[in-house]
Design a protein around this ligand. Structure first.
Ligand SMILES: [Zn+2]
Length: 98
């Protein structure tokens, strides 16, 4: 049986997890979004804060990578030579299991 998220409509293959209820389902992405909104409102406990932080982690990494690329480009411009500092690439998808 294939389940869809009632909130965003994504199928269970498109998301990491779907929680199936008696009349509706919700996926991990929608839970993360809702947790983020609750955190913004300040109306949550520590567990919800952790859920929000975990679900936004890939976005945070993507933003960090962009900033890193920008900084490296600026460094090159400032120094006039390619950066000699080796930088380890962070992959947002590397921790995911399929
Ligand atoms: Zn969803």
């Amino acid at each position: 049986m294939e389940y869809n998220c009632t909130f965003c409509g994504k199928g269970q293959r498109e998301v990491k997890k779907i929680f199936v209820g008696p009349s509706s389902n919700i996926c991990n992405e929608c839970i993360g979004m809702c947790a983020g909104l609750l955190v913004e409102d300040g109306d949550c406990n520590e567990n919800i804060r952790l859920v929000a932080a975990f679900e936004t982690l890939p976005d945070v990494i993507a933003v960090a990578q962009k900033s890193l690329a920008t900084l490296r480009a600026q460094l090159k411009t400032l120094a006039g030579v390619p950066s000699a500092v080796p930088v380890t690439e962070i992959s947002p998808g590397s921790s995911k299991t399929k």
